[in-house]
Design a protein around this ligand. Structure first.
Ligand code: ZN
Length: 260
């Protein structure tokens, strides 16, 4: 069931974004990337499926019944703006600009535990990784930018972990929790200067030279990705690439220098 959901979500995304992902659709990698194992992230799918029968999912853009977004609203999604990788990150891809429907889909996953969006967003991240030349082959171990243990307990899940696990399954790459976030205020709600300092992490010692693909939902200032990447490097990672669902549009950030 999980495998079918990942494949369905991913291929539906490819179909909807036929322009930007046309090169992927023509290659055999799509079928390989669209597979999904029976990972821990998929264990809640049966609950989501049951809930969907009782409360049909609605499109965040127009409100009509659609899972997780209708084709017309999917067509309004904007490609991520070009931006240099944050300090400590070798390369960075993002699927969408953080606005409109993309913003709402991330919010549904992050705050409302909307697992229906998980396969779709993970497919988008996997697609962004596969689309960038030279990015996929050296990605190595997949991990995520974790939330604090207290917020994970409060929400009952870590949305970045869910994204990382399903993305890794789609890409058929190994996934491990390498980072631990130390207590501190959430990046959400902080102003830009506060965000630049970034959260603090500890990391497991990696077999050097390790290559890591770092997953997160949204990047605004780049501070979280940078802090996580530098912690991984201090613990044996030689290459750190990052992939996020969304990147904040440049025009919306007056002091933009890196993603967050
Ligand atoms: Zn819609």
């Amino acid at each position: 069931m999980t495998r079918q959901r990942c494949r369905g979500g991913f291929l539906a995304l490819v179909s909807q974004l036929s322009g930007s992902l046309s090169t992927m659709r023509d290659g055999g990698d799509v079928r390989r990337q669209a597979t999904l194992g029976q990972g821990a992230a998929g264990r809640g799918w049966w609950r989501s499926g049951l809930a969907a029968l009782v409360f049909p999912a609605t499109c965040p853009g127009c409100g009509q019944v659609a899972e997780p977004v209708c084709e017309r609203c999917a067509a309004t999604l904007v490609a991520a703006p070009v931006a240099p990788p944050p300090f400590g990150v070798d390369a960075w891809v993002a699927a969408f600009a953080y606005q409109g429907v993309a913003r709402e889909l991330v919010a549904r996953l992050k705050y409302r535990n909307a697992r229906v969006a998980l396969a779709w967003l993970s497919g988008a991240v996997a697609g962004a990784v596969a689309e960038r030349d030279g990015f996929y082959g050296g990605s190595g171990i997949v991990t995520w930018v974790p939330t604090t243990p207290s917020r994970r307990r409060h929400r009952g899940f870590d949305h970045a972990e869910l994204l990382a696990r399903v993305t890794a399954d789609c890409l058929e790459l190994p996934v491990r929790g390498l980072l631990r976030r130390l207590p501190g205020p959430p990046q959400t709600g902080r102003d830009r200067s506060e965000r630049r300092t970034g959260p603090r992490f500890t990391a497991r010692l990696l077999p050097s030279p390790a290559s890591v693909l770092l997953i997160d939902d949204v990047s605004t200032t780049g501070a979280s990705l940078s802090a996580a990447a530098m912690t991984l490097r201090a613990n044996g990672a030689r290459y750190v690439r990052a992939a996020t669902v969304a990147r904040t549009p440049i025009q919306a950030t007056a002091n933009y220098c890196h993603g967050e």
